[in-house]
Write a protein that binds this ligand. Structure first.
Ligand code: IPD
Ligand code: CA
Ligand code: CA
Length: 266
């Protein structure tokens, strides 16, 4: 199946899932359970949205695998796997901050970001109606407009986003790193939705983004979108992004930021 058709499927289902999440948000949201820590929460809407996406994909792509945040992974027979974060930015969703997303990507190979090849990805912010898409080799788009990452800037002029883990000890480590970086850049953003951080790098709303401890569904679609927009998206030492580290930005800015983060003890 051409990547274009896979993107059409990702986009169509992400839009419908986004409408569902937005509807549930308007009805009021509460915490259903906590996961890895007391602040790592899941709402009924996260589960319902993932179930909707899973069923919709199974209907049109029954032979593909599924790897989502809120339900068990399933291996397929086609060699393709759908990587799904039904609501990225759940804490924003819970608080009614209109900056959360549905993130859907389809990858070839094992569902491991160190080895997979992302073929198509879509990140939808239903609250604003923004739709970021990319397919491998086909460029990146916001709605129907092509997007490009921002040009190179000195680190002192760079607007840099990051995110923090749910684990409090790791947060201490991340906080110390950010404290060292803050005087060296234009400013720091912590917007709470990794897929949108990557999409914002793709359209030039951020100069760079980095984070540790992301899960595959947080970055599968956004990394492809940022890359197709001309950003470098990398892990440590030139490895692909993974739980260890992800960094995205104009290649020059990304290289300078990685060097600086290392000097600060990354
Ligand atoms: C989280 C968000 C956040 C990032 C966390 C993720 P969730 O995803 O993407 O921006 O900093 O690391 O876990 O839990 O809202 O789907
Ligand atoms: Ca997420
Ligand atoms: Ca999520």
């Amino acid at each position: 199946m051409p990547h274009n058709d896979l993107l059409t499927i990702a986009r169509d289902i992400a839009l419908r899932a986004g409408e569902l999440a937005k509807q549930r948000r308007s009805e009021g949201v509460s915490v259903a359970a906590s996961k890895t820590s007391s602040v790592d929460i899941v709402t009924e809407a996260d589960r319902e949205t993932e179930a909707f996406i899973r069923a919709a994909l199974a209907e049109v792509r029954p032979d593909d695998g599924f790897y989502g945040e809120e339900s068990a992974a399933e291996t397929g027979s086609s060699g393709l796997t759908w990587i799904v974060d039904p609501i990225d930015g759940t804490v924003n969703f819970l608080y009614g901050i209109p900056h959360y997303a549905v993130s859907i990507a389809v990858v070839e190979g094992e569902p491991d970001p160190l080895t997979w090849t992302a073929l198509a990805g879509c990140v939808v912010n239903p609250a604003l109606g923004e739709v970021f898409t990319a397919r491998l080799g086909g460029g990146a788009f916001l709605g129907d407009q092509p997007i490009r990452a921002a040009a190179s800037v000195d680190l002192s002029q760079a607007l840099v986003a990051t995110g923090f883990a749910y684990d409090s000890e790791m947060r201490g480590v991340q906080g110390r790193l950010v404290a060292g970086l803050l005087p060296l850049v234009r400013d720091i953003r912590r917007q709470g939705t990794a897929s949108l951080d990557l999409s914002f790098v793709a359209c030039g709303r951020l100069n760079a983004y980095f984070e540790r401890t992301l899960n595959p569904w947080d970055h599968a679609a956004g990394a492809l979108i940022a890359r197709e927009a001309g950003a470098l998206v990398t892990g440590l030492d030139g490895l692909p992004p993974s739980r260890d580290f992800i960094l995205a930005g104009h290649p020059d800015v990304a290289a300078r930021l990685e060097q600086t983060l290392r000097q600060l003890g990354l």
